[in-house]
Design a protein around this ligand. Structure first.
Ligand code: FES
Ligand code: FES
Length: 246
């Protein structure tokens, strides 16, 4: 088929059946109507060395403008000497002591923007607390602060000087498990285990929370802890067991 505009847009035209009484608008605009001349969606043929299409010319113009604008910015960026860089990075940091699992951890040069989660994992090397979403949506990072559960990815470490922080490492140890840890093992309340420390920290905290006695109350109270392996039935069984024995 010849690649003429009429042939390419033929499928958009509406044709009246033979012997129809319907009259269709004329195919061509009236002289007083204004239409934008749209570029066809089919690729334009580009014989080698034939120059630019309107689209490729505009794209090239945009990229060139961006590069031209970036050059003066890069040239004007201040370059600090190494010593000045060190002084600049030390300024604005904090020295504080965090109390975690009954032990004091003095911290020097802590970025005030560091989350409690990152500080526990990267400065104190307590990696039992997991980073899932880092946005307060999965519960993998749950720890206790003064006995209450907290998403540590949503809390700045500098806010917790003087607080009593408990992580999964402070709950129990191999050979001396907390009752909730033992119940998770007994009921297979995990598969990959990535969410498990957060699940257990939440489950231990809810033992002291005013929730009802039913399984639905457990599910509601644990709704902030996501398990992508779907071990929910076994998690509820573990929590139920500890609640009934407590
Ligand atoms: S990592 Fe904190 S809620 Fe997901
Ligand atoms: S055990 Fe794998 S995400 Fe919960």
């Amino acid at each position: 088929m010849a690649d003429t505009p009429d042939a390419r847009f033929k499928h958009l035209r509406c044709e009246a059946p033979k012997d129809s009484q319907i009259e269709f608008a004329p195919a061509r605009p009236a002289p007083d109507q204004h239409f934008i001349d749209l570029e066809p969606l089919t690729p334009e043929p580009h014989p080698k060395g034939a120059g630019f299409s309107r689209r490729s010319f505009l794209s090239g113009l945009g990229a060139t403008s961006l590069l031209a604008g970036a050059a003066p910015l890069a040239a004007s960026a201040p370059v600090l000497e190494p010593a000045a860089q060190e002084a600049a990075s030390a300024a604005g940091t904090e020295n504080l002591t965090l109390r975690v699992n009954g032990k004091d951890y003095p911290l020097r040069g802590l970025d005030p923007r560091a989350t409690l989660l990152d500080t526990l994992r990267e400065r104190l090397h307590l990696s039992g607390t997991k980073k899932g979403c880092d946005h307060g949506q999965c519960g993998a990072c749950t720890v206790h602060v003064n006995g209450r559960r907290v998403n540590s990815c949503l809390s700045f470490a500098v806010m917790h000087e003087g607080d009593e922080i408990t992580t999964i490492e402070g709950l129990g140890q191999p050979g001396n498990l907390h009752a909730m840890q033992a119940a998770f093992v007994e009921h297979d309340g995990y598969q990959c285990g990535y969410c498990t420390s957060g699940q257990i920290m939440s489950a231990v905290a809810l033992l002291k929370e005013p929730i009802g006695p039913a399984d639905d109350d457990i599910k509601h109270a644990m709704a902030g802890n996501i398990c992508r392996c779907g071990a929910y039935t076994n998690i509820v069984a573990a929590v139920r067991q500890v609640r009934t024995r407590a």
